[in-house]
Design a protein around this ligand. Sequence first.
Ligand code: AHR
Length: 364
Amino acid sequence: MSIKTSTAGAITVALALILTACGSDADKAADTTAKPAATTVAAAPTTVAGAADTTPGSTPGSTAATPAGDIPDLSAYTIGFAQVGAESGWRTANTKSIQSSADAAGVKLVFTDAQGKQEAQVESIRGFIEQKVDLIAFSPVVETGWDAVLGEAKAAGIPVILTDRAIDSQEPDLYKTFLGSDFVLEGEKAGDWVNTEFADADSVKIVEIQGTTGSAPALDRAEGFRNKVTDPKFDIIASQTGDFTREGGKKVMEAFLQANPEIDLVYAHNDDMGLGAIEAIEAAGLVPGKDIKIVTVDAVHDGMQALADGKINFIVECSPLLGPQLMQLAGDVLSGKTVPTRVVTEETTFDQEQAKAALPDRQY
Ligand code: AHR
């Protein structure tokens, strides 16, 4: 393993790992048509554990295996992956899934961590283009501002796959496919639960701890929630970003508690911020899950434990286990197959009893 550091002005990509999964051929041609077609040879992980079956008739809380198919042999290829950062338990699990799936595929993975900075991600992608990688995959920190660099990738003939988060662009054909959750639906599921939970209430004061400003999950989870929480008895009295971190969630919740004597519900856009909010609520002498109810998104292990312990009331799942599907899509793209422009991750929801049942087998 070697360390690569790239700079964008004063911005440094502090952690850039080159995973030498299959030798050290750093000068692969960008012309993917010159490569052998990716063939499926390895039966690496064939299930996406934790991704649940949400087809009609499935049960919330019942985590089902989603067939992920075989991992293709990608040992002839180099993939550049520009990760958002390491802001949350979700992100850590997502990174592990991508790295272990790349290992299983035998691909050379050039992995960079942008530490939450779009500029660093752009610089990473430019580095991948210079290195003439065969394919670029990334999870955009924010939705806008990608046209120029993705245009450069397109001009260089390097296909791009978006994972986890979408971009907002008027430019066609900047990427081959987008693999990830339906974040609007996640917000709507949270809103559905709120409607049921507070069905008998006359007035409900809600505070919202949003994800990273301008990111797809923050924008979409806010929208989805508002699509459902429409009764005038619901009042979103405050909404601020906690940047998807536990520390951010704690700070925002402390400020909310100081400014608002009465709060009935916290809607946190991820588990980590919900866990930070729990710390603030307890420090204020209140009981999370009872005095103030909490609904979050992700269903990572620590969030599920807090749900099982009664400190969170409901979690909408967002699966980070995108690695196997990413390798399959990369294999298809690299061998010239047509791929769907959108691949939606299957997800479920958990209440407290469902969390207790799911925790022993939870993989992240
Ligand atoms: O883009 C997915 C979101 O990013 C997850 O919900 C959050 O935990 C992460 O930081």
